[in-house]
Design a protein around this ligand. Structure first.
Ligand SMILES: Cc1cc2nc3c(=O)[nH]c(=O)nc-3n(C[C@H](O)[C@H](O)[C@H](O)COP(=O)(O)OP(=O)(O)OC[C@H]3O[C@@H](n4cnc5c(N)ncnc54)[C@H](O)[C@@H]3O)c2cc1C
Length: 457
């Protein structure tokens, strides 16, 4: 056994782990970053970046199909899966190279290998042992399935769906959450027949009802089929197809079934319980400052309960590095973290839904306002429908901002500032938005809630 001592040892080099490493190194700490696959983790290699590249290819396909509407001559000849793959892989490779360079430039020691936490709070990687004054766990998450539903063959998780070398003619997607609706959007744009099966009553079920319903209407118009409120029962496959049966007896036949029912914490067999860490359903329980129940042991990212988002991992990684270094970063609750689903139309939100606001303040204690993007010039120009919904406490601050429409993900930062800084619509109303932009729709909602609507009644 060879011992290696550092100020900080980080297990897992995804969004949470590498952000902690970069910030800790910046603050003068010696850092070992242990990664069994590739630094960048799920987000860079199998998640955010490659799926958003796919969605961009999908957007181009839609634009080419619609070109005549804008007076541009073009004809859609089809999707070239090899070309889409080359574009997607090129983006990932470039970002990976940049990240590797950054990690190296900050003097971080990257250890290639699978690490296991030992009871003495060190990490073993093969015959080597890494010890740190502080240890940060950031091992991320994996695609879950349902009991009795084995992944393999024509039954895919998002990892295999991403690597698919063909455009499937028919596909069933189990799960109408973020990953499910993003893949539905891509495949529909590529020409597939798509059916989403969601056991809850709505697509994007965690969002405000106005967004879920708006997304359902938009998907229906795009020819994306969905079954809501009925649970999956079984799936059987042959060499050529997969048959999916629901609990009400409905069956669907498709080329592939994508299982997108959520992601579980990647913590099994890593020695966490044995080291005395409090766990719940596989998640590492942390306090608001991201300490585990063991001193000098911290956890960040998807292994902690809450939103599974890359930027939450960045935020948490930075915060832990700063706390270990004696700083006092602000504790940011999940409700202040922006959420974007990048299907077409996009869904973006921050703060609480109207239903939660009512539960917290009473129906008489809140006011909400919806502005239809049909009234927004820029949205009309780029050909998107959708809506902006703002929920405020009566005579009080903005509690939630909810957006639906192509490109609205880029607008959510303003909503985040409003919610996090507890701005009142009256504070924001005088800050006029550039014309013509989609951000004006948000401005209209703030103006209306401040009692002085401009382009609305
Ligand atoms: C299809 C898809 C699309 C997504 N799109 C978005 C999006 O658009 N926006 C967004 O914000 N989020 C998105 N996410 C979620 C995002 O990818 C995750 O929230 C984020 O990657 C979590 O970061 P993390 O550091 O917790 O874990 P991960 O990124 O999973 O990193 C964990 C790392 O730890 C390594 N590891 C695990 N165990 C060990 C071990 N024992 N030893 C050494 N190394 C180990 C793994 O190899 C991995 O590299 C998406 C996810 C998926 C699957």
């Amino acid at each position: 056994m060879t011992d290696h001592a550092f100020d900080i040892v980080i297990l897992g080099g995804g969004s949470g782990g590498y952000a902690a490493a970069l910030r800790a190194a910046e603050l003068g700490k010696s850092v070992a970053l242990i990664e069994k696959d590739k630094v960048g983790g799920t987000c860079l290699h199998r998640g955010c970046i490659p799926t958003k590249a796919l969605l961009h290819s999908a957007e181009i396909a839609e634009n080419v199909r619609d070109a005549a509407k804008y007076g541009v001559g073009a004809s859609f000849e089809g999707i070239d899966p090899a070309g889409v793959r080359a574009y997607r892989e090129g983006i990932v490779a470039k970002k990976y190279k940049g990240l590797e360079g950054l990690v190296k430039a900050r003097g971080i020691t990257v250890v290639a290998g699978e690490g296991v936490l030992r009871a003495d709070r060190t990490i073993a990687v093969g015959d080597d042992v890494y010890s740190g004054t502080d240890v940060i766990l950031a091992t991320g998450s994996y695609s879950r399935s349902l009991p009795g539903l084995a992944i393999g063959g024509r039954i895919l998780t998002s990892e295999q769906a991403l690597a698919l070398e063909e455009v499937p003619a028919r596909v069933v997607i189990l799960g109408g959450g973020v990953i499910g609706v993003e893949f539905a959007s891509v495949w529909r744009s590529f020409g597939s027949e798509v059916t989403i099966v969601e056991a809850l009553e709505h697509l994007a079920p965690n969002e405000d009802l106005a967004l879920s319903k708006g997304l359902e209407r938009a998907f229906r118009r795009r020819g994306i089929a969905y079954s809501l409120g009925v649970r999956f029962a079984t799936a059987t496959q042959t060499d050529d197809s997969v048959t999916v049966t629901l609990e009400n007896g409905t069956t669907y036949e498709a080329d592939y079934l994508l299982v997108a029912v959520g992601r579980g914490p990647a913590t099994a067999g890593l020695g966490f319980e044995e080291a005395g860490i409090t766990m719940e359903r596989g998640f590492v329980i942390v306090d608001p400052e991201l300490h585990t129940s063991v001193e000098h042991l911290w956890a960040v990212g998807d292994i902690t309960p809450g939103l599974q988002l890359a930027h939450r991992g960045f935020l948490q990684g930075i915060a832990v590095a700063e706390r270990i270094s004696g700083l006092s970063p602000t504790v940011v609750p999940d409700v202040q973290i922006p959420r974007v689903t990048y299907c077409s139309p996009e869904v973006a939100s921050v703060g609480v839904t109207e239903a939660v606001a009512i539960a917290e303040h009473g129906a008489d204690g809140i006011v909400s306002y919806e502005y239809n993007l049909a009234g927004n010039g820029k949205s009309e120009i780029i050909g998107t429908g959708g809506l902006v919904k703002v929920v405020r406490q009566k005579d009080g601050p903005v509690l939630g901002v909810h957006l639906l429409g192509d490109r609205v993900g880029e607008l959510i930062t303003e909503g985040q500032l409003a919610v996090s800084w507890e701005a009142h619509p009256e504070d924001i109303a005088p800050l006029i938005h550039a014309h013509p932009t989609q951000s004006e729709a948000l401005g209209e909602a703030f103006l209306a809630l401040a009692g002085k609507p401009l382009h609305a009644l």
